[in-house]
Design a protein around this ligand. Sequence first.
Ligand SMILES: [Zn+2]
Length: 121
Amino acid sequence: MDNKECKECGSSIRGRIDKKYCSDACRSNFHNKMNISSLKSIRYIDTQLKKNRKILMDCFAEQDSVQSQIELRKILKKGFVFDFHTHIEKMPNGSEYQFCYEFGYAQLNEHQIHLIKQHPY
Ligand SMILES: [Zn+2]
């Protein structure tokens, strides 16, 4: 193959057929960028998870009982994102709770979730 292009700068590469970059500088630039973008995704997910946790924590704190029923629209209004949770736990009664750290929830019906706090570790 004669005209392979550098993955970083796009200039044509000469030499070994398995070369992906025209220079060491381009190789390290490319990898640095990859690292930064994966760090960004980690940070984004961390932020969402902590935001979710904070919302559940606030809702939990507003209740008196150890187990609470929360209006779905209340946490959505606060910016809760259901896509992000840390783990899922199945309770002895068979219902599954999605956790954001120590706060777990299960959907009760269309409008409500059941909120619990648990320290598994
Ligand atoms: Zn290059």
